[in-house]
Design a protein around this ligand. Sequence first.
Ligand SMILES: *Cc1c(COP(=O)(O)O)cnc(C)c1O
Length: 400
Amino acid sequence: MSDWTDQDNPLHGTGIDTLAVRAGQSRSAEGEHSEALFLTSSYVFANAAEAAARFSGDEPGNVYSRYTNPTVRTLEKRIAAMEGVESAVATASGMAAILSTCVALLSSGDHIVCSRSVFGTTTVLFTKYLARFGVTTTFVNPTDFNAWENAFNENTKLVFVETPSNPLCDVIDLQRLADLSHSRGALFVVDNCFCTPALQKPADFGADLIVHSATKYIDGQGRCLGGLVAGPETLVDEVLGFIRSAGPTMSAFNAWVFLKGLETLRLRMDAHSANAQALAEWLQQHPAVEKVYYAGLKNHPGHTLAAKQQRGFGGVLSFVVKGGRSEAWQVIDATKFLSLTANLGDAKTTIVHPATTTHGRLSDEQKRDAGISENLIRVAVGLEDVNDIKADLARGLDAL
Ligand SMILES: *Cc1c(COP(=O)(O)O)cnc(C)c1O
């Protein structure tokens, strides 16, 4: 079966539903309907000549599952088709996707410009580990375009961003940042974990590479860790080369779970978005709530841009309660079924206090700059009945 592409449906195409269910599948001789799970570390050859040809690369085919695995390959093809790019490679986790991208494409002396509102571990990877190998990073306020422009230097090779940002849902103009990156000769990399290709296709706005934590919405049910890097074949092949040598490969079992997750991705993202919108509107009118951060709200500064570059507003929102840390903790502790965990992208709604967990290692000044106040609460809205989610939050809010 030839690879499917989504060229005719750039962003809103109905095609993505088909791609999510069908792209990349090749059936074995058994004729299985559901994608086969190939739990095998290595592969056998018909004869010595075939083994030699496979090892030399003269003949395509499987050699060893650190290099290729048919189940993983199906997932890679499916994500590439959904993102509307040529190629993708799967990794053991989202962080492995980001690390592999940087190690494969950067050298000592190179410079990264990164949004300061990215996943916390990404910041640690860049500042603590890549720095040791001579790769430096400048972090910028992602909504301040002048800050982006001023952060470049002659060694800037890579620009890294997440949109919408975590936890304040800042929306960053992908096209503008892609144009800036390219005018300065840098690669533009987008972490598309919060939206997934069901809601946002960064390649349509000029992203060179798209990275994912499949652990979140692509799985959608909190079972497996995984990551992906998607983009043009020339760049993905570089990343693939590193993964084959270094080994942060995705397991076949995890790839199979993600394939099942993708079949319902669009339905889930629409349901997460609808629940988040209803919850944001309800929170906004609650007397104990000072402010709600969700790009689906008309008064959010990123609303118009999000409506342009996304197909939906996603499942993550934050809100500020009247008071400080103790009031925020009261609301969190009063919930009965929401899961108190920093994870997101799950059918189960999660709630967290960013200032003392996900963003706890920031200095007071960094927290102030990034808008992480002591009375801020983040909710990754799940698929439960939204009236029950409201009622669980109302326990604490009504008591303030
Ligand atoms: C969770 C997350 C990651 C890291 O993914 P892992 O699968 O946990 O390694 C990277 N980026 C974003 C936006 C995330 O939410």
